[in-house]
Ligand binder design. Structure first.
Ligand SMILES: *[C@@H]1O[C@H](CO)[C@@H](O)[C@H](O)[C@H]1NC(C)=O
Ligand SMILES: *[C@@H]1O[C@H](CO)[C@@H](O)[C@H](O)[C@H]1NC(C)=O
Ligand SMILES: *[C@@H]1O[C@H](CO)[C@@H](O)[C@H](O)[C@H]1NC(C)=O
Ligand SMILES: *[C@@H]1O[C@H](CO)[C@@H](O)[C@H](O)[C@H]1NC(C)=O
Length: 316
């Protein structure tokens, strides 16, 4: 009678060498009829899982691992890759990249050229700059997540190639402004996440070409004023989050479009004649949360909508 360990060895050999479905160590692979998904969530993983990686992988997820390098060549082994998720890794020593540091700061040019990517998730790394050449001009990417990195500028040169992008996550970076034209190629964009940056200003034309936007997240920034026309081209906008900024008033006309939901809470509203536009707007279309005056002292914590014309210093 054969010993169980010999049987196990025979089975392993059979699996490895006689055409059973392969899958890298420390990863799990899901073989569907339309897709092959490989997930590698093991903290001990320290090399790109080339060995055993199914050549027809369409979705690869390497998360919270000890991965220290990745190259265009390695990605080239999976020419059908559509989704690449690399959140929370500690990538370093990338080819063509002599930067020191132990987390992902830069990726080599053309790194994603060999895959027809649709979704790319690079959140929670240490990326400081984005190369326009990461993706080809005819990229079909619809979802890009660069949140939780160290970007100081909108990566316009890369975005120019992404005319099919529908969702863009740039939240939790160090962006200070949204210049005119920086998002102008994103005509298919529907969801834009810019929350938790250092935005102090938006150009009046920041979103003038993104007429398909339906949700726009700008909360937890440092916006003090908004150009009156900044949202005017956004005819499909359904949700706008401006909470937790430094707004003291709204320029007349700022919200003169059919946005159904606007969050304006946790801004330091200054209740004098300049707030008339917001006051009128709140009385026309009540918003969900009550907005309160932060100043002057005499009106502190009073609901903006309940102010009287006298309190605002408006002529009767
Ligand atoms: C991927 O390759 C495996 C093994 O060769 C095969 O069983 C599976 O059907 C393939 N999947 C697709 C979507 O082509
Ligand atoms: C990660 O890699 C470093 C050096 O490559 C090693 O010292 C460390 O033990 C690894 N961590 C894990 C969890 O394997
Ligand atoms: C994008 O899709 C089109 C067809 O839908 C295809 O011809 C083109 O090669 C794709 N681009 C890339 C980079 O895969
Ligand atoms: C905008 O959205 C509509 C409806 O979802 C879609 O038909 C259209 O193609 C989109 N425009 C662009 C430029 O993608």
């Amino acid at each position: 009678m054969e010993s169980p360990s010999l049987l196990a060895l025979a089975l392993i050999l059979w699996f490895c060498c006689y055409g059973a479905l392969s899958c890298p160590v420390r990863c799990t692979c899901h073989f569907g009829t339309q897709s092959t998904e490989t997930v590698c969530p093991d903290a001990a993983l320290s090399h790109y899982p080339s060995n055993g990686l199914p050549g027809n992988t369409t979705s690869l997820n390497i998360q919270f691992t000890n991965l220290s390098s990745i190259s265009a060549q390695e990605l080239g082994a999976t020419p059908l890759l559509q989704e690449l998720h690399l959140p929370g890794n500690s990538l370093s020593s990338l080819p063509g990249d002599l930067l020191t540091g132990n987390q992902l700061r830069e990726l080599p040019a053309r790194v994603f050229y060999h895959a027809p990517l649709l979704n790319l998730v690079l959140k929670d790394n240490r990326i400081t700059s984005v190369d326009a050449d990461w993706l080809p001009f005819n990229s079909n990417l619809t979802w890009l997540d660069l949140s939780g990195n160290n970007l100081k500028k909108i990566p316009s040169a890369l975005l120019e190639r992404l005319s099919r992008l529908e969702t863009l996550h740039l939240s939790q970076n160090f962006l200070e402004t949204v210049p005119a034209e920086s998002l102008h190629s994103l005509r298919a964009l529907e969801r834009l996440h810019l929350e938790e940056n250092k935005l102090q200003s938006l150009d009046a034309k920041a979103f003038s070409h993104n007429s398909n936007l339906t949700v726009l997240f700008l909360q937890k920034n440092k916006l003090q004023t908004l150009p009156a026309t900044v949202f005017h081209r956004l005819h499909r906008l359904q949700y706008l989050d401006l909470s937790e900024n430094q707004l003291t008033f709204l320029t007349p006309g700022t919200l003169s479009l059919g946005i159904s939901l606007v969050d304006l809470t946790f801004n330091p509203w200054h209740c004098d004649a300049k707030i008339e536009y917001l006051w009128k707007r709140l009385n026309d279309t009540p918003v969900q949360s009550v907005l309160r005056c932060a100043s002057p002292k005499t009106l502190k914590d009073k609901a903006v909508a309940d102010l009287t014309p006298e309190e605002l210093g408006l002529p009767e």
